[in-house]
Design a protein around this ligand. Structure first.
Ligand code: SF4
Length: 472
């Protein structure tokens, strides 16, 4: 994982230099919020806020009693005939899945979308053991064919314009008589290829949107139905998810579902909502013979005990990404890991290290849109600010930043001097930009002015003008 500040800025620069993809992101930045707004209005905005509060309370309660509900879930899931494994970190999860695949002599795995397995790098671990993995979510399938990583937690291939996908399929597929003149034709093409993969797979791997403690079931929502085919066609099913997905009761999962889908795609409900209970029972006509849950911790218990525990309330809807001006400009790949946008800028430093991901909490304009739309009421801007403060206190931030912040905080505590210095600075800036009306260069602000011009100040600071007006 490349994660230093310069890498984020470099990758963001590269993303901005790709006009077609940048235009694609700009269109999504307008379109996705509109879908959510319409869904909220149709639901009734006041009732929607009530539902947000309810889901926040459910998530808080589940996390406050995580040990209890996890134990209950594991007990119920085992009673239903599942095998349950706990993985401390990504390597352990990969080793457990590989071990299951080896035991059933699997050669092919069909996979549904799972951010947890992206987090652990499961595909590479299986492929290193000569097991063929096929992603079956359309977006995941496209980026797997392209050799890329997801750019969005819900729409992994949202960064790819239609023309790029067509070119990719033309290059990778033996099309024969089939043509790809429309998006529908491309979807049909992927469907045809993927049908064979589902039928040939020995093992299915899927994720989970919620684990239900009361009955030991797992809930999965998709719009393509590929999760159900991964779960029911291969003889062995493995559900990989993280320990924080557990909820007490089925009705809690349903409340979350009503909020999740509207916040994500603006739909009232996803096309497929499935509950997996366990292996096929006597008399069942289909379903897996053997089922496993692999529950990942990967620093989540540490996170639970920290000041950032609210981040675990996240239901992975992607709304904060869709409303973030930085995400929409820089694109998901700039963030350098699995989770992009505001939720990723908080989660990545906490699940990896603040030292490596220090740039991400700064990838924020503090506009507050993410908090406004977050269905779990997570105070994302506050968490980002706290991470910046922590990076400063631990000496992780760049020396020049720490010097600048210390200088500013010292000056702010000496108001007379502060006023004099700002007055001089404003006058100097006024002179610098007087002729053109804007400023192109300022010491220490080279990066900021690289892509924009700073309008020249009118000649006095706000405070000085305010005083003058009040005297007269
Ligand atoms: S932080 Fe909130 S808005 Fe962002 S993905 Fe999580 S639940 Fe959705």
């Amino acid at each position: 994982m490349e994660q230093h500040s310069r890498d984020f800025l470099r990758r963001a620069d590269e993303a901005l230099a790709e006009p077609e993809r940048a235009a694609n992101r700009a269109a999504l930045g307008l379109f996705m919020p509109l879908l959510r707004d319409q869904a909220v209005e149709a639901f009734d905005s006041q009732a929607f806020q009530g539902l947000r509060d309810q889901v926040e309370a459910i998530r808080r309660h589940s996390l406050d009693n995580l040990g209890h509900y996890l134990e209950q879930f594991i007990g119920q899931a085992r009673e239903n005939g599942n095998q349950v494994h706990l993985a401390r970190d990504g390597d352990e999860l990969n080793a457990i899945v590989l071990d299951i695949c080896t035991q059933v002599e699997a050669q092919r795995v069909a996979k549904g979308k799972s951010m947890v397995t992206e987090e652990t790098g499961l595909n590479a671990a299986l492929e290193a053991a000569d097991i063929k993995v096929r992603e079956t979510d359309l977006g995941e399938y496209i980026i797997q064919e392209a050799g890329e990583t997801p750019s969005h937690i819900v729409g992994p291939a949202l960064h790819k314009p239609e023309a790029e996908i067509r070119e990719l399929f033309l290059e990778r597929h033996d099309l024969g008589e089939r043509d790809l003149d429309s998006a529908a034709a491309m979807v049909a093409e992927a469907r045809q290829v993927l049908r064979e993969e589902f039928l040939a797979a020995d093992v299915g791997v899927i994720g989970s949107n919620a684990l239900i403690a009361e009955n030991g079931y797992s809930m999965l929502v998709t719009n393509e139905g590929n999760g159900d085919l991964c779960a029911n066609l291969p003889k062995t099913l493995i559900i990989c998810t993280s320990i924080d997905r557990v909820l007490p009761r089925p009705e809690d999962a349903m409340a979350m579902l009503r909020l999740l889908v509207r916040s994500t795609t603006g739909q009232a409900v996803t096309c497929y909502t499935s509950f997996y209970s366990g292996p096929r029972r006597e008399g069942d006509i289909d379903g897996p013979v053997e089922t496993h849950f692999v529950l990942l911790d990967n620093r989540r218990t540490e996170l639970l005990a920290s000041d950032y525990r609210e981040m675990l309330q996240c239901i992975r809807c992607g709304a904060c990404l869709n409303h973030c001006p930085v995400y929409m400009s820089a694109g998901g790949h700039a963030y350098g890991w699995v989770y992009p946008g505001p939720m990723g800028s908080v989660l990545t430093p906490l699940l990896t290290s603040l030292d490596e991901a220090e740039a991400l909490p700064h990838a924020c304009t503090a506009c507050g849109r993410c908090e406004e739309v977050c269905p779990a009421n997570i105070p994302l801007p506050d968490l980002l600010r706290d991470l910046r403060a922590e990076a400063f206190a631990e000496g992780i931030s760049a020396r020049r930043w720490r010097f600048g912040i210390r200088l500013h905080s010292w000056l702010a505590r000496h108001p007379t001097l502060y006023r004099q210095i700002t007055r001089i600075a404003v006058r100097v800036m006024h002179r610098l930009g007087r002729d053109r009306g804007f400023i192109r260069y300022l010491p220490l602000a080279g990066g900021w002015l690289q892509a924009r011009e700073l309008p020249s100040p009118e000649g006095d600071s706000f405070l000085a003008s305010y005083r003058k007006e009040h005297k007269s």
